[in-house]
Design a protein around this ligand. Structure first.
Ligand SMILES: [Zn+2]
Ligand SMILES: [Zn+2]
Length: 279
């Protein structure tokens, strides 16, 4: 029987709607052999993922998806086989958390200037245990206080890029992110290049950054993009990765277990990691 995997998923630790355990259980239920939870700038789901995977008897890869800033906007870089308790990852998370908090204060200042007094404390209270306090929590606070009626309006009128209360936040460069992943013992794979603006055209320029892999298999990659990325990886001795980018039920029909990546991808990625670790 052919085996399948999914190496790109998001849990409640970032912006997904399923806990790590639920993701692993669903992966098992749908017959996947390997799962990777790759939360946005977060690794807190990995220990739970490991435990759940052990229980149901499937493999997992400790992963992360780091948002980076580059000339075309945001580029996402996946880290696989990372040591989630390493100093390298801890430092990144601390820096990101500080910048997120800082951004909440700055956005609240702007909203105040616009006549909407949204206390940062309320935003933090709404965020609760969520690790990435951010604009959705601010929007929720705005609704609570009666300034707007729904999340979409908050973004369209105030919080989206270029709007009156928008404030940018710090993000590592792609090179920083790749170094952080390497220092945590992992390998770096560029996520969904086919749908990130300017990414696929600039692949050759990204090579010198120390890239290990590219995400070839992705539900929104077109067949010609998959072919291009496969060839690009092969020509440059890179590994490949792939996954559904499932966020639970947040973005419509959950693709975990529906969109399947061939097991060989896991073998290629593991072999690449093994060779690199031994070198
Ligand atoms: Zn992404
Ligand atoms: Zn993702």
């Amino acid at each position: 029987m052919k085996k399948y995997i999914d190496l790109h998923t998001h849990s409640t630790v970032s912006d997904g709607s399923w806990t790590p355990t639920r993701i692993v259980d669903r992966a098992k239920k749908y017959g996947l052999s390997v799962i990777a939870i790759t939360d946005h700038d977060a690794v807190d789901g990995i220990d739970e993922e490991a435990e759940a995977a052990r229980k149901v008897g499937i493999d997992y890869i400790p992963g992360i998806e780091i948002s980076t800033a580059w000339c075309h906007g945001r580029m996402h870089i996946l880290g696989y086989f990372i040591d989630n308790h390493s100093q390298s990852i801890e430092e990144l998370l601390k820096k990101l958390q500080d910048s997120r908090k800082d951004r909440v204060f700055k956005i609240c200042e702007r909203l105040k200037a616009l006549g909407m007094d949204v206390p940062p404390d309320l935003v933090f209270e709404i965020a609760g245990n969520a690790h990435s306090v951010g604009r959705p929590h601010i929007a929720t606070a705005m609704i609570k206080l009666g300034f707007i009626s729904n999340l979409q309006t908050a973004f369209n009128k105030y919080l989206s890029y270029g709007k009156s209360a928008y404030v940018t936040r710090w993000a590592p460069t792609p090179k920083d992110a790749i170094d952080i992943i390497h220092n945590a013992g992992g390998i770096a794979s560029i996520a969904h290049c086919g749908v990130t603006e300017g990414c696929i055209d600039n692949m050759p320029k990204l090579l010198p950054l120390g890239l290990d892999s590219v995400e070839v298999y992705y539900p929104f990659h077109k067949p010609h993009q998959i072919e291009y990325l496969k060839k690009f990886a092969k020509d440059n001795n890179l590994a490949v990765s792939g996954g559904s980018d499932c966020h639970g039920t947040v973005r419509g029909e959950p693709l975990l277990g529906i969109y399947k990546v061939p097991y060989e991808v896991y073998e290629i990625l593991s072999e690449y990691h093994r060779r690199k670790s031994e070198a």
